[in-house]
Design a protein around this ligand. Structure first.
Ligand code: UGY
Ligand code: MN
Length: 244
């Protein structure tokens, strides 16, 4: 179906971008042979990290091409096997794996899988050892009321220790729940709406958003969210942390 007279909710501004799934263009990617890949956020946009949406079919696979990069892979649907030489980790829907820099891996699937990936060059910290590999599942991560609000629950998938220079969190908002302030901060975000819908304030504009949408927020981009509709809104997002 054509976008009506060229209209779209997708928008690119200097300090933020919003992409709807309908407008994404997929392509081959050297780290993901046999898969199709949409690079939704990248340094070419002004970001200091990369966010990829990868569609793996049965003969697609993933391999390391950038030794100094770290990756957080979240399985949106299907399942994958992550071969780490010494062990193989199975990651199903809602599961995730954090691959530290230099960690070799091979990713395969028996049927098909849809992956969200945050990738960036790791920033070492003097005197601090490299982070360790982590595998987990979103359902097993504790939910914490955000600044005391039981209607806005935050899950932090990675340890908040100095070894980690990134955070990947999941927010779940009941309908009507909102971020308590219009945030402005030095950290940037890459965000995927997993469920539901709401309104995202980005810079000086208010944008309707829904499941499948991707948002990039540059450092200091004013941001605020309220969930609307009859079901909770849920999003997963990247944030750079613990570095100067
Ligand atoms: O972690 C955060 O900065 C988060 N509260 N921001 C956001 O959800 N836009
Ligand atoms: Mn924020």
């Amino acid at each position: 179906m054509h976008d009506l007279l060229g209209q779209t909710r997708s928008i690119v501004r200097q300090h933020y971008a919003l992409f709807t799934p309908q407008g994404l263009v997929r392509a081959a990617h050297p780290a993901w042979p046999g898969a199709t890949c949409a690079v939704v956020i990248a340094p070419a946009l002004g970001a200091r990290f990369t966010m990829l949406l990868v569609e793996l079919d049965a003969d697609g696979c993933g391999q390391r091409t950038q030794p100094a990069d770290e990756l957080l892979i979240f399985v949106r649907s299907g399942s994958v096997q992550v071969d780490l030489n010494a062990q193989v980790v199975a990651v199903g829907e809602g599961g995730f794996v954090y691959l530290p820099p230099q960690q070799n891996y091979a990713i395969t699937t028996e049927c098909a899988a849809s992956l969200l990936i945050f990738q960036r060059r790791y920033t070492p910290l003097a005197g601090v050892a490299l982070p360790e590999l982590i595998a987990g599942h979103a359902h097993k991560v504790a939910c914490t009321p955000f600044l005391g609000d039981e209607a806005a629950l935050l899950q932090t998938l990675l340890p908040a220790t100095p070894a980690f220079d990134l955070a990947v969190n999941i927010f779940t908002f009941q309908p009507g729940a909102a971020l308590p302030i219009v945030e402005t901060h030095v950290m940037e975000h890459g965000l995927l709406m997993l469920e539901g819908q709401g309104i995202y304030r980005l810079g000086d504009a208010w944008h309707p958003v829904q499941a499948g949408d991707v948002i990039w927020m540059a450092p200091f981009c004013p941001q605020w969210f309220v969930a609307v509709g009859k079901v909770p809104a849920r999003y997963i997002y990247y944030k750079d942390v613990q570095r100067e």
